[in-house]
Design a protein around this ligand. Sequence first.
Ligand code: MRU
Length: 347
Amino acid sequence: MSDDVRTIEWTGDGLRLLDQTVLPHRVEYLTVRDVDVLVDAIRRLVVRGAPALGVAGGFGVAIAVRQAARDGWDGARRDAAIARVREARPTAVNLAAGVDRVLPFVPAGEDAVVAEAQAILDEDVRGNHAIGAFGADWILDRVGDRPLRVLTHCNAGALATAGWGTALGVVRELHGRGRVELVYADETRPLLQGARLTAWELDRAGIPCVVQTDAAAPSTILRGFVDVAVIGADRVAANGDTANKIGSVGVALACAAAGIPLVVAAPWSTVDPSVPDGNGVPIEERPAEEVLTWSGARTAPAGARGFNPAFDVTPARLVTALVTETGVLEVSAGTTPSMRRGGSAVS
Ligand code: MRU
């Protein structure tokens, strides 16, 4: 993201969020000063994407601390507000992890909490650049010397992070090295994060891109139009099973069938070693209205009920590589996050 547009930023006045529900047609910001507004913004996807949610969680604690002082809350009320931020969305582990990381600083006061939340933000931007470089190196080593056709799903770009992006960080790096021919951006249900956000980011970066329906993605891969798929993650289990936006598993199955790599780009903060495999990942179910309506008008018959899981789990055997800020794990070949030693991945 260029300097004029920041996804998430602490301004001193509050937490300033780029409103991702109105992009690309409007660039608007929401300054959040109380916890209920933040919880609502997280649920409505004003701020979204696992790493950005981690940053929002950290600053969410700062908002709760400030609001407690302003409104005369006792500790119990403050802690209940922090818990609401932590639980606003369940799948991306970064949200809870961001809250938990800054919690020890609460007794030291707002400035200490803000400093730690800012550290999460700064580390995320640095980590994403490293992910981009590791991912580009790994991909170029394997696919040979030709312009690449890359498929991505949902938005794992600067908008989903504190800056640069994970999956789109890899794409940006490949583009910087002159190696991107075309990006297929899956449109993404329910809020068209791919069509609205990924296409916007790629267009601003001058990276050629076509938007396709999620349902088209497996066929596009099987027809031989794609060299590599690069996606983000909301939570990676210890065995490498990867939760990401609904539809990711179809992309993964098609990649395996076509014999092309599925690359998951995610920081270590998205790895949850407490969850042994994908069965332990809580899958957010969103309101049925998001699939029963279109542009606010009911499309399904009155009696129809909806089923709207926001995420799915790709089994580790389908994840060719997990790219983190410390290196690359070849997951389907048997190198899982649980094998991480001494803070470094196998590169
Ligand atoms: O529902 P969303 O838009 O928050 O889902 C986002 C994704 O699934 C992303 O791929 C994931 O969070 C990784 S973002 C770097």
